[in-house]
Design a protein. Sequence first.
Lengths: 255, 295
Amino acid sequence: MKAFLAYTKKEAFELCRTGRLLLLLLIFLLFGIMNPAIAKLTPWLMDFLAEDLARSGMTIAQVSVDALTSWTQFHKNVPIALILFLVLISGTLTNECQDGTLLLLLTKGLPRRTVLIAKAAAGILLWSVCYWMCYGITWMYNAFFWDNRIVPNAAASALAIWLIGVWLVCALILMSSFAKSNTTVLAGVALLAGICYLAGLFPPVSEYLPTQLLSAGALINNAAAADFTKSAAAAGISSLLMLIAAVRIFDRRAL
Amino acid sequence: MNILSLSDVAKAFGQVRVLQGLTFDVPEHTIFGFIGPNGAGKTTTMKLILGLLRPDHGTITVGGLPVTYGQNRTNRMIGYLPDVPEFYGFLTPAEYLALCGEITGMDRQAVRRRSDELLSLVGLPPDRRIRGFSRGMKQRLGIAQALLHEPKLLICDEPTSALDPSGRKELLDILHTVRDHTTVLFSTHILSDVERVCDEIVLLHDGKAALHGTLSEIRAMRGSSGFEIEFLRQEDIARFEALLPGGSRTDRLTLRYPSAPDTALQLLAHEQIPVRRMEQLEPTLEALFMEVTEK
C-alpha cells in the first residue's frame, strides 16, 4: 500500500509539473463552455446569415434554442475531448519503460502490478475530474440561460459517456502492458474500439457491446435508459477483465 | 559467506547463446570486478540477478534466497546502478530518493537522514530538478539511490565508462568507502579501474567464467612473463644481445626476455656488465585479458 501511494504521488507530481494536468483542464474547460456557447450563438449566427441565405432562396424559420440544444452539443463534442484525453495520456507506461526510469524502481522491489493499478487509478481519476468538470460547466450555463429540467436524462446519458471513457482508459492500460510505444498503444485502442463498433452493426450482439454507450446521447431525447444497461454492465465487467489481463501480461514482460 | 551465487546459469536470446553455464560466487564485503569484452553478457547476467530476465537454466541466489523472475523479494537486498541511469526529470534528487525510500518500505525519518547523507557524499544539490543534470551528475544520483536502503549487495553496470578521469576517481573512491557495509559487484572493461579497487575478479568469455579469483591468485596462476634489463650504455646492450640471443628491444637501452632470468644473471656477473635496473615482469591484467579473449 505504501508503495502504491508513493507511486501514485509520483504520478500526481508528473501531471502537475509537466503541465499535462493544466492542458487537460483547459481543454475540458473549453469544451464545457463551448457547448452552451454554440447553442446560445446559433440564433444570432442564423440571423447573421439569414440575408445571404434568403438571397440564395432559403428562408429560415424561427430558431429556438434551449437546454436540449446545449446537451446535444455536449454529446457531439465530448467524443473529441475523449480522443484528445487518450492521446495525451497514451504514453503513460510505455514512456517509462522505454527510457528506463521504471526499471530502477522495479529493481527496488516495486511490484509490477502496483505500477499498473496506480496508472489505471490515476487515469480513471483524471478522466473523471476532467469530464465531470466539463459536465458541470455545461450544466451551470444551461441552468443560467435555460432550464435543465426539460432534459431529465442529462445525468444518465453523461454517466454512460463517462463509463465508456473508463473502459477506454482500461483498454489503454491493457495495450500498454505489452506495447513498446504510445503509437502502438493508440493503434491498439483504436482497433479494439473499431472492432466493437463494427460488431455493433449486428443487432443481436450490439446491445452487449461497451461501444454502444457512445450512442447514449439518445437518452436526452427520451430513449429508455434500460436500453443501455446491458452495454454498461459489459463495459464494467470488461474493464475489470482488461485490467486483470494487463497485470498478468506485464508480470511476464521482459524489461 | 557468499552474498551472491550463480550456478550453471545459461541464457540465450533466440539463436545467440549469451551465457553457457556461468558459475561463480561473490563473498561478502569484497569489491568484485566483473570483466569481459563488450557483448560478453555482463549486463545480461546483472539483469538475471535482478530477476528482470528469466534464465534458461541454472540457479541464482542472493543472500541465500533464490532469485525468481518477475518477483523481487531478493531485490530488497540489492542496490542497482545501471550503465545509463534515467530519472524522472520533474523531481528533485531529494524527492526522488524519498520515492525510492517509500517503495522499499523505509520509514520517513530514515529516508530523510540517509538522503541527506548520500546527497552530500555524492555532492548533489537536493532541491534542483533532475532535468538538466549532466551524465556525471545522473551517475552520482544513481549511486545515491542504489545505496539508499543500505543494500547488502551493490550492483553497478559499467559505472565509470561514461565519466571523465576526475568523475571516475570520485566514483571509485565512493565504492571503496562503502565496502565496509556492502559487497560491490561491478562490471567494466576498463582494466585500470579493476586493478585500482577490486579484490576479486571474474572474467567472462564465451558465456563462461574464463578466469576467477583474487588479483594476486590470477597473476600467480599465469606465472612470470619474463624479465627486462635496462643498460647504462649502448655498447653494453649490443654486447649482451650477442651473448644471450632471444631478447627484444623495448627501447634504446632496454631488452626484454620471455624466459627465466637465471642465465642472464650469471652472464651479467661473469662479463661484469653494469645495468641500471633488472626487473621480473608480472603479467598485466591486459595481457591476461587479451590472452583469454583471443584464444
